[in-house]
Design a protein around this ligand. Structure first.
Ligand code: SAH
Length: 183
């Protein structure tokens, strides 16, 4: 759902960010959506994730720039002339599937990255966030990220916030969709 929602907005030649590369499945989808003239930036704190993503995307013709650094530092890595021109940013939180479950994303750094993402985004640009309240640590992250966004949104209507969840299954993944106003 997150992929489909983002790609409905993405056009060939766009610049997009995968904030959590992991095994590179989302990055592949983004790379295919931006075509050969697009640019994909990616972040992950694990070398293994950078490696699998590089392998998975080796035949994709778009420009690919991956950073072995936390997404909370994204502003410092994205070139100045791209600030305000990013069309889509994807967060798929939690841990790297089939790997070390002790390396997980945390609300404090996720929120820092979201603040920067809102600044980097182009008018009408989109951010998707998958939260996983079903695992230890993920429940806290989901609650804190959702609270932060809802509070920010009350005071700052320059973006639209939507939440997709299964109310009768509190541990099911939650999708947050953010769209920046077209101003
Ligand atoms: N999108 C991936 C799945 C991501 S899993 C896919 O399609 O396969 C979550 C990833 O977030 C893990 O690889 C983990 O290493 C990474 N991560 C944890 N903390 C991070 C941080 N501060 N910045 C960037 N990535 C982080």
């Amino acid at each position: 759902m997150a992929q489909a929602w983002l790609s409905a907005h993405i056009q060939a030649g766009d610049t997009v960010i995968d904030a959590t590369l992991g095994n590179g499945f989302d990055a592949l989808y983004l790379a295919q959506s931006i075509g050969k003239t697009g640019t994909l930036y990616g972040f992950d704190v694990q070398q293994e994730a950078i490696h699998s993503t590089t392998q998975r995307l080796q035949d994709e013709p778009c420009e690919q720039v991956f950073f072995l650094h936390g997404h909370e530092h994204m502003m410092a890595h994205i070139p100045q002339d791209k600030h305000g021109h990013i069309q889509a940013i994807m967060f798929n939180l939690g841990w790297l599937p089939n790997s070390d479950k002790s390396v997980i994303t945390h609300a404090d750094t996720t929120i820092l990255a979201l603040k920067q993402s809102l600044q980097l985004l182009a008018p009408s640009g989109r951010i998707s966030i998958m939260l996983y309240p079903g695992h230890h640590g993920g429940d806290l992250e989901a609650a804190q990220v959702t609270d932060w966004l809802q509070t920010k949104h009350l005071h700052d209507i320059s973006f639209k916030l939507e939440q997709i969840r299964v109310p009768q299954r509190p541990k099911a993944p939650i999708l947050l969709q953010i769209q920046k106003e077209n101003i």
